[in-house]
Design a protein around this ligand. Structure first.
Ligand SMILES: [Zn+2]
Length: 100
């Protein structure tokens, strides 16, 4: 049985779901209530989040600028509207688009 790193009490394996519905397992100490998520589980959940949040879009030419078509799902999720201004924040790996 897995032992608690805080009090050495026995730990029980439990499962829970993220708000997005991804199931994961974790251990909870029967004595002090300490909760531990093992690295494998953490990796699985992170991997699912990554795949869920990935969207592909094609850049197309609009006059002298380039336009990016935002997928319907993201338009709805972030309430983007036609002709509305957004903030574009340059980051290390790409551009972050924030509804204004
Ligand atoms: Zn404990």
């Amino acid at each position: 049985m897995k032992r608690c790193t805080e009090c050495k009490g026995g730990m029980k394996e439990l499962s829970a779901k993220t708000p997005e519905g991804f199931e994961y397992k974790y251990f909870r100490c029967n004595r002090c209530g300490e909760e531990i998520l093992d690295m494998g589980q953490l990796h699985n959940v992170a991997e699912k989040y990554r795949s869920m949040k990935r969207f592909n879009a094609k850049i197309s030419k609009w006059g002298l600028s380039l336009g990016l078509r935002i997928p319907k799902e993201l338009v709805e999720k972030y309430h983007f509207k036609h002709n509305e201004e957004v903030m574009m924040i340059p980051e290390k790996e790409g551009i972050k688009i924030i509804p204004a």
